[in-house]
Design a protein around this ligand. Structure first.
Ligand SMILES: *Cc1c(COP(=O)(O)O)cnc(C)c1O
Ligand code: SF4
Length: 379
């Protein structure tokens, strides 16, 4: 197998970090986004081929995240997530859709998805620090959706106020932490002022792709809106670095509990050993694995999709090896806005004459009497 050709642009040699390296503004301002900046990761002829891909699905990532790529490894797990691939224009698996979860149809007002009984999700912006090739909202990138404006926010708040069953609002995107702090503050303030909104949640990949963004100032802003949860998005143990662990710690110390979404990605993390290292690694940095998502049927992500049965098999093996605090729930987000369906391995094989038959994670069969509990009293 051939390795990626060198030379990197002198703007950012990971071995020779500039003094600005730890400044998130420098990282954000020096994101790599043009086809030419793919040099160092793909060959010149590769870049030509990728121009068409980038026209449809733009690329961009931070010097920090790109520095995690081992360019000697043609199957580097970080590169697979951020470097565009011509496979993104292969649309071979049937059923792929631009909007696989029918999110657009579940927007009662622009920018707000209300698909579950007591939670609603705000698309705060279309922007991200780093564009994940497997993103299920990649349809939006080209439209360059900016942060929500004042009038959109006020319409969203009107809907939320009129819908008292909503007790949790999730800020998503794009990445909400790309918003200027004043804007984020105003939005959190408006949402937390709605009396029945009990809990806020932010979904962000910043701790992974731009950990410097988690400044003391940001952590203290979030602290003032507790109860507030942050969900992040680690997909591979290589993403757990000193920097990302420190970013998580700044949030934890501000009293913000951290959970993690992982997307099951073919060739990146669809094997037992990688996920075991990822989930136990997250446990060590006190980030709770929350969901393992089966990769959605989003157009442009066919090459990341693996078998649901493989996912279940990996989860079964994980059950035998580690504990509940390291184990996410494996879910398939159903098409047409059906919502998340858990697809966990089952340990209950059946019930015969009131005796339940279980298998253990080591494969032993164990009978369990009295599974129906106490008999109901006749009235
Ligand atoms: C996943 C999701 C949620 C949150 O669901 P949880 O199970 O509470 O994590 C809310 N709204 C939308 C549209 C979602 O996709
Ligand atoms: S950070 Fe989230 S919204 Fe942004 S590209 Fe990645 S998966 Fe999509």
């Amino acid at each position: 197998m051939s390795s990626f050709p060198s030379p990197l642009s002198p703007a950012w040699q990971p071995d020779d970090h500039k003094p600005e390296w730890n400044n998130w503004r420098w990282q954000a301002a020096n994101r790599l986004t043009t086809p030419e900046e793919l040099a160092g990761f793909v060959s010149q002829s590769g870049i030509k081929q990728l121009k068409k891909v980038i026209e449809r699905y733009p690329w961009g990532s931070t010097p920090y995240f790109l520095s995690l790529i081992n360019r000697q490894n043609p199957r580097d797990p970080v590169a697979a997530q951020v470097i565009p691939s011509k496979k993104e224009l292969d649309f071979s698996i049937p059923g792929s859709d631009e909007d696989p979860l029918a999110e657009t149809r579940h927007m009662p007002v622009p920018g707000l998805i209300h698909r579950y009984h007591d939670r609603a999700l705000v698309i705060t912006t279309g922007a991200c620090f780093s564009y994940c090739r497997h993103c299920n909202r990649k349809r939006n990138w080209k439209r360059g959706i900016g942060p929500l404006g004042k009038s959109a926010i006020s319409k969203i708040c009107q809907y939320l106020k009129a819908t008292p069953r909503i007790r949790e609002v999730i800020l998503s995107g794009g990445d909400p932490l790309t918003l200027p702090l004043e804007k984020l503050d105003r939005l959190l303030y408006a949402l937390s002022s709605i009396s029945h909104v009990q809990v806020l949640r932010i979904g962000t990949r910043a701790p992974v792709v731009l950990p410097m963004r988690i400044t003391a100032e940001l952590a203290s802003l979030l602290k003032s809106y507790r109860p507030l949860w942050v969900n992040t998005h680690f997909n591979h143990p290589a993403e757990i670095t000193d920097e990302s662990a420190a970013a998580c710690d700044r949030l934890l110390l501000a009293g913000i509990p951290l959970s993690n979404h992982t997307v099951l990605l073919k060739g990146v993390n669809d094997d037992f050993s990688t996920l075991h290292r990822l989930f136990t690694g997250l446990n060590r940095i006190m980030v709770r694995p929350y969901y393992l998502f089966h990769c959605d049927a989003a157009k442009g992500t066919d090459h990341f999709r693996t078998s649901v049965f493989k996912g279940i098999e990996i989860m079964s093996r994980l059950y035998g090896r580690t504990g509940g605090l390291c184990l996410p729930q494996y879910v398939v987000d159903l098409p047409s806005g059906g919502g998340k369906a858990p697809v966990m391995p089952s340990y209950l094989l059946g019930v015969e004459n009131g005796v339940a038959i279980f298998r253990t994670s080591e494969g032993r069969i164990i009978k369990y009497q009295g599974v129906h509990g106490a008999t109901e009293e006749e009235e």
